[in-house]
Design a protein around this ligand. Structure first.
Ligand code: DON
Length: 352
């Protein structure tokens, strides 16, 4: 009897081991899987998805073609995998906040951002004024971060330069280096947002009143508006994401854009607050530091593996592109992009 039991046990253990090794092979095939196949599959799966709505509080954004849909993924060796329209430009909007924050971290050190603005999620909308009030020590609320409007306008005010032009050159040169090509402001977007950004002007003044912004708050809000109006396509955004994925080195141009030791600080804030009040949900499902913009772009970074970007203007309630979230999640999971997931090799080595 005991022999039969142990034989049965041995046999089922062998079957289990075989099944486990088949799973390992299958998932190893998936992880080393074909990025182009994953990109194509997501494009096909989501191109008919019509949920969400273009942003319209910046009037010109309502006129952008809601059918625009492009996916680009870039690996360490600069290989680019695309589907759909990766050439048409949209305004970078809040995705810009990542790269201005990166500039400030690079020039002033990571503690400058941490001390002046904070690195915590507000749990509130990206242009919340209540979040500013709550961040006052006496209120006992959480700090802010450089990816919501009050923190982003403050970060812009921290970029070096004696004149508005000098600050702007420093900002746009940083974006160009991340994208690997010269980018330009979409003047119609800049005008439309400048005409309607009274709330951001108020936020800039409030941040000045509370001492976060030290000088020239109107200039900071204006330059912030200008940085949000820079035109980018899915390829540009993927290159910017890939530069963060590969230690601050642009895999297309080979240029070291920011020091590798500064990259984890940038990624940490993206993970904490990149998709605003939905950042936790996003991280739960993907594990990827990411950033969205109301122009319809989202970038995401799988450190050491790939940078990915999707452009699709219709947004959900939180202000994040519906198709971009779905496509990135699908592609990253197909390629084992989640940095928190146990690697097959580690599982195989420990034998568990
Ligand atoms: O300040 C604004 O309202 C826009 N320029 C940017 C907002 C944005 O992209 C938030 N994104 N989800």
């Amino acid at each position: 009897m005991a022999r039969t039991v142990s034989f049965r046990f041995a046999r089922s253990a062998a079957v289990l081991a075989m099944a486990a090794s088949m799973c390992l092979v299958a998932s190893a095939q998936r992880s080393s899987g074909d990025p182009q196949a994953a990109v194509n599959a997501a494009y096909q799966q989501f191109k008919g998805l019509t949920e969400g709505k273009n942003a319209d509080y910046i009037p010109v954004l309502a006129k952008v073609d809601p059918n625009l849909f492009g996916i680009a993924l870039i690996t360490a060796d600069g290989k680019t995998y695309t589907a759909g329209d990766v050439k048409t430009e949209v305004s970078i909007q809040s995705v810009s906040k990542v790269f201005t924050m990166a500039r400030v971290i690079e020039d002033e050190g990571p503690e400058a951002i941490e001390k002046r603005i904070g690195v915590d999620a507000t749990g509130m909308k990206f242009n919340s004024i209540v979040a500013v009030e709550m961040a006052q020590k006496i209120q006992g609320g959480p700090e802010m971060n450089a990816l919501v409007n009050p923190g982003a306008i403050t970060a812009t005010s921290m970029v070096r330069g004696n004149t508005s032009d000098a600050v702007w050159q420093r900002i746009i040169t940083t974006y160009n280096d991340f994208a690997g090509r010269p980018l330009h402001v979409l003047e119609d977007v800049y005008k439309s947002e400048s005409d309607t950004n009274q709330r951001n002007q108020a936020i800039g003044m409030l941040m000045y009143a509370y001492g976060y912004i030290k000088d020239k708050p109107a200039q900071a809000t204006d330059l912030y508006t200008r940085q949000c109006s820079v035109g980018v396509n899915a390829n540009d955004l993927a290159t910017m994401a890939a530069t963060l994925a590969f230690g601050g080195r642009n895999p297309m141009t080979g240029k070291q854009v920011i020091k590798s030791e500064n990259v984890p600080y940038v990624l940490a804030v993206m993970a904490t607050a990149g998709l605003y009040d939905d950042s936790g949900k996003w991280l739960y499902h993907t594990g990827l530091p990411a950033k969205s913009g109301v122009g319809g772009g989202i970038i995401a970074v799988s450190p050491g593996k790939f940078g990915i970007a999707v452009v699709s203007p219709p947004l959900d309630e939180a202000g994040n592109s519906v198709r971009a979230q779905r496509a990135i999640q699908e592609i990253s999971n197909a390629l084992n992009g989640n940095p928190y997931a146990a690697r097959e090799e580690a599982v195989a080595t420990t034998g568990r």
